[in-house]
Design a protein around this ligand. Structure first.
Ligand code: PLP
Length: 231
């Protein structure tokens, strides 16, 4: 069994190779380590190796881990799970980024609850790029409307778009769905936005996502191992 350090190094190498193979600059893709279901101590260990950005999906687990790791000054917390409107507060108060904003109401609450003492909360709009009915995220043709709503909120900073493609091994299908997110980014930027983040790519498909323009990949299993805790 590889150690967590080795697994993390392997992921960094995969990112590096993917970036180099399409001649993008080496620092153009960030690694978000998705630590959901793994203990705070695993996060602490990886932080010790130099990883700074961590992603969590569940509000209670996020709040508990953040409290346990409050001494890590440089840690950057990304909330990547779906958010219910009655559970936004601890995310607004504790996260640096929120990736799965797909409703105006959630955005409004996050902005209202973001403490003045902290900087603006960085947010990404989650887009349903696969068209699966069960998937969260706004439809591609609703992105501009939500972006306009977010831009009007004082405590949020619209940084990016995020997607979870349909689960498939079909690389062409994945490419098409990732490419759609990039196209939407271009559309927004043509309208004057400055969207610099494409949050796409997970353990199984990070190379495909990087080839289509990902700037941040969200990696859990390939670093921490398989998740056994049911959620
Ligand atoms: C769990 C999760 C990930 C990590 O997925 P892996 O396949 O374990 O790398 C990425 N993004 C989101 C939104 C997740 O919920």
């Amino acid at each position: 069994m590889a150690t967590m350090f080795e697994a993390w190094q392997d992921v960094l190498r995969r990112i590096d190779e993917a970036v180099v193979s399409i001649q993008r600059p080496r620092d153009s893709v960030r690694l978000l380590a998705v630590s959901k279901t793994f203990p705070a101590e695993a996060v602490r260990t990886l932080y010790g190796h130099g990883q700074r950005a961590f992603g969590e999906n569940y509000v209670q687990e996020f709040a508990a881990k953040r409290a346990a790791l409050a001494d890590l000054d440089e840690i950057e917390w990304h909330f990547i799970g779906p958010l219910q409107s009655n559970k936004t507060r601890s995310v607004a108060e504790g996260a640096d980024w929120v990736h799965a904003v797909d409703r105006q109401k959630i955005a409004e609450r996050l902005s209202a609850q973001r403490p003045d003492t902290l900087g603006e909360l960085n947010v990404c709009i989650q887009v349903n790029v696969s068209g699966e009915v069960s998937k969260s995220g706004v439809a591609p043709d609703e992105v501009v409307t939500l972006a306009n709503a977010i831009a009007a909120l004082p405590r949020l900073k619209l940084r990016g778009l995020m997607c979870i493609p349909e689960p498939t091994d079909d690389t062409r299908k994945l490419s098409t769905q990732f490419a759609l997110l990039r196209k939407l980014q271009q559309q927004l930027n043509d309208e004057g936005y400055r969207i610099d983040t494409l949050s796409m790519g997970m353990s199984a498909d990070l190379e495909v996502a990087i080839a289509e323009g990902a700037t941040l990949v969200r990696i859990g299993t390939a670093i921490f191992g398989r998740r056994t805790t049911p959620h």
